[in-house]
Ligand binder design. Sequence first.
Ligand code: SF4
Ligand code: SF4
Length: 271
Amino acid sequence: MEEKLVARRLAIVPTTNCSLKCRLCCDFLNGPVKRRDIPLEDVCRDIDACFALFDRVEWLQFVGGEVFVYRDFPRLLDYVRKYRERFDRLIIETNGTVFPNEDGQAAILAYGGDVTIMVSDYGKLSRARERFIAFSEQNGVDLRLKKYYGEDQYYDGWIDNNNPHDLKEPGDVLEVNAKNCPQALCRNMHCFNGKLHRCSNSCFMLEMGLFPPKDGDFVDLRDASKSREEKREIIREFYTRARRSCRYCRFKYEPILPRHPAAEQLQEDVI
Ligand code: SF4
Ligand code: SF4
């Protein structure tokens, strides 16, 4: 019998547009990665392709950029309801700056008790936080606030993974570090504009043009020349060895890296 392929975390990125301009943006949206919306029909096509590959998804996540600035987000939430039996829980990640419009609220409520909104709470920047809290209390929607301001920040604050460059780790050191990387351990795959990656850094470092695409580092969801089984094999291998991006990425050292205050903003005209 065919071995089941389960996605523990499947993050869909419909947009790299964002309402904030964080100096240490983990998605490199502070310059190197272009801010843009992916057309709704392309995002839906990629989601179809993912569900054709996976037998089950534990957490189906929507992340940005900022998802609530994506105009078609309500329609996207409506669209994925067709896979409701194929994933365990819907997770929406937001920076708490923009509260969804009526369509967005209705699309969230249609998931009943099966949706969690995770707000990265950047204090004053997260202007819509109180509205999210009220919405959650009034409608019984699961809401998690991750405190990223003042003392005792979530994960003690952010790390600095900016200006990635070849860290020149010897091959065996790289392999061990990449294997133990917290991102690899949590198996948080990222789907952006037709490509499925093992993690967000693999996704956005390729997007910024740090290195040429390499076969097997990601699944090209729109490539009809590869069979379903070939694509599933690439996914099964995702966490078995370091990828090109791991050579450039300091996230492997996350547990010991210095921490910085979250969400420090760049000047308006920098990006
Ligand atoms: S909120 Fe900040 S860190 Fe998050 S995507 Fe936007 S700019 Fe990047
Ligand atoms: S080292 Fe970076 S690129 Fe490699 S798995 Fe970890 S987060 Fe992803």
